[in-house]
Design a protein around this ligand. Structure first.
Ligand code: F6R
Length: 604
């Protein structure tokens, strides 16, 4: 999703801006651009379709330099990926704007501006902002007050950074609904979509809130609220990240992140610490009063929520509903007294999840965030927090963030069991969690075998994934991974549903992946798989080594090391991640940056 980097310093900033864009590449984008005010007060611009490397090439060929500048990676929403639609957008060779978000009333604003004689050069919603600034600037004293007026005309979401060549010692930023953080340097100031973008220049950050507008200058900054009143926000000092986001010897970040999982799981959960206190000082009291749970999340994080529903209802005996955030945010669900709202998010900035938290939140309803990014918007919007310790996840397809979410949700289930007097199986949780890193290691050891299985998928166009019980959402996650990175159409079904429709799809061209741990549903699953074989479907069964499944004609079995049934959703996930990874590699796709996708989805 779009990334912003901006800076004002005594030194030249073009290289800092490019480094920031490189660090934001993981978010997904289709074009990039940068604008600087040079020493002669000229606005200088480079834009490139494709990768940041193209922008770097343009900069190498014809350097633009300056001490104040803005830069952007664009993920197309309004208008195709093209150089014309890439940011920054400019007006009168004087103002330049970068924007993340969506201006919902851009059509009306554009028509008004066009009636007034303005010509547009792009199809973007963003371009209205820079023309409004151009139009309103003469009736205002400075860029800051102009931007304050302009944002009052905008409906929708935005993070903005704006420069004016007539004010070459400052830049203006604004935030509403899309993330923006300030980086406080020594004698210099920066802004970025996330802290990762600015880690090379500072470790001190100010998280902007919705409605905030700021003016940054060398060594200083001033913040204002929507009404134009000065405000102050806390400066947060961040420790260096625990994991380096360098590839080392791995071919892709996704593979590196799959391999990191034993350590990240160990960092996220400790078997001896399955208590409410892990979720914050008020958690024990809130959990005691919890009568129902509503989980909200998107994508892979939603799948983690679906798994948690099985655990929370079975072990803690608390009713639990799970819904995708983009749906629940636009309806009126029944939220009974004593409901705990749980959001699950890797990035902590997902626009739909954040909106859903705000939509459901009301007096007396407690919110818990399970999140991988401290200080993120979702963490800041929640009373209780459990931080997963996945470290920065660079591959767009979520791997270690998902498994650490599941681990955190196991801790939550154990904590709720204790506050709800259901602790009889607590010991089992402790044992399963203590063994988890080793259990995941054992699955990673199967990598060569999984790589071989992957070869069978290379020429396929479709795949079905089947699971039962808690392994149904795991099969959904397996299908999502495969489609995201290999572009093979994949769907998941609860195996028992097969004969109610999808069985019609099964033939020799439809590989069917089954998740078959040794649990109470194994025999039921076995019958479902017989139905597939009887129709000529080729089976790929990820089966517990003690389940009795054997490789034979049309049946490929991956014998999974026996793991505790509580943590098996995590171990089977790791095997499915490796399957998707090797299918994608064999098909030659861009594994870490699959087409059309963004890492941090900050627009709805
Ligand atoms: C898929 C994936 C996405 C995210 C979804 C929510 O591999 O990563 O489906 O899970 O966009 O993102 P977060 O967890 O950041 O809220």
């Amino acid at each position: 999703m779009c990334g912003i980097v901006a800076g004002v310093a005594k030194r030249e900033v073009s290289e800092i801006l490019l480094e920031g864009l490189r660090r934001l590449e993981y978010r997904g984008y289709d074009s990039a651009g940068m604008a600087l005010i040079d020493n002669d007060r000229n606005l200088q611009l480079h834009k490139a379709l494709g990768k940041v490397a193209e922008l770097e090439a343009a900069q190498a060929q014809q350097p633009i330099i300056g001490c104040v500048g803005i830069a952007h990676t664009r993920w197309a929403t309004h208008g195709e990926p093209s150089t014309a639609n890439a940011h920054p957008h400019t007006a009168s060779d004087r103002y330049a704007v970068v924007h993340n978000g969506i201006i919902e009333n851009h059509t009306v604003l554009r028509e008004d501006l066009e009636r007034g004689g303005v010509s547009f050069l792009s199809q973007t919603d963003t371009e209205v902002i820079v023309h409004l600034i151009d139009q309103l600037r003469p009736s205002h004293t400075d860029l800051l007050s102009t931007v304050q007026s302009v944002v009052n005309k905008l409906d929708g979401a935005y993070a903005l950074a704006v420069i004016d060549r007539e004010e070459p010692q400052s830049l203006v930023v604004a935030r509403q609904g899309s993330p923006l953080v300030l980086g406080v340097g020594i004698g210099e100031m920066f802004a970025g979509s996330d802290t990762l973008a600015l880690r090379s220049v500072t470790d001190r950050f100010v998280y902007l809130e919705d409605g905030d507008i700021g003016c940054l200058s060398v060594g200083d900054y001033a913040l204002y609220d929507r009404a134009g009143e000065p405000i102050s926000r806390q400066v947060v000092h961040l420790e260096p990240p625990k994991t380096e986001d360098v590839l080392a010897d791995y071919a892709h970040y996704m593979l590196k992140e799959i391999h990191e999982q034993p350590q990240r799981l160990m960092d996220t959960v400790q078997a001896e610490n399955l208590t409410a206190e892990q979720f914050g000082p008020e958690a024990a009291e809130i959990f005691l009063k919890t009568r129902a749970i509503q989980i909200i999340a998107c994508g892979t994080s939603y799948h983690a929520g679906l798994v948690a529903k099985y655990w929370i209802e079975e072990f803690a005996q608390i009713p639990c509903s799970v819904e995708v955030a983009s749906e629940i945010r636009y309806r009126i669900p029944v939220i009974v007294d004593g409901t705990l709202i749980i959001s699950i998010s890797q990035s902590g900035e997902t626009a739909d999840t954040l909106a859903a938290i705000n939509h459901l939140g009301s007096a007396g309803i407690a919110r818990l965030a399970i999140c991988n990014v401290d200080h993120s918007a979702i963490v800041r919007a929640s009373e209780l927090v459990y931080l997963t310790q996945a470290g920065p996840e660079i591959g767009v397809a979520s791997t270690k963030a998902f498994t650490t979410q599941l681990a955190a949700l196991l801790v939550l289930t154990a904590a709720l069991m204790q506050t709800n007097n259901q602790q009889s199986r607590l010991k089992e949780f402790e044992e399963a969690i203590a063994n988890l890193p080793l259990a995941v290691e054992a699955v990673i050891d199967l990598e060569p075998k999984i790589k071989q299985l992957a070869n069978h998928f290379v020429t396929k166009h479709h795949a079905l994934f089947l699971g039962r019980g808690v392994f149904y959402p795991i099969s959904m996650e397996g299908a999502l991974k495969l489609k995201e990175i290999s572009y093979i159409h994949a769907e998941a079904y609860p195996a028992g549903e097969l004969k109610h429709g999808p069985l019609a799809l099964v033939d020799e061209d439809m590989p069917v992946v089954a998740v078959a741990p040794n649990n109470g549903l194994l025999e039921k699953l076995r019958s479902n798989l017989e139905e597939v074989r009887a129709r000529g479907g080729e089976l790929f069964v990820f089966a517990d080594e003690e389940s009795g499944f054997e490789t034979g004609p049309g049946v490929h079995v991956l014998a999974m090391p026996h793991s505790h049934i509580l943590t098996a959703p995590i171990t089977y996930t790791v095997a499915l991640q490796l399957l998707s990874y090797y299918v994608a590699v064999a098909r030659g796709t861009d594994v870490d940056k699959p087409r059309n996708l963004a890492k941090s989805v900050t627009v709805e």
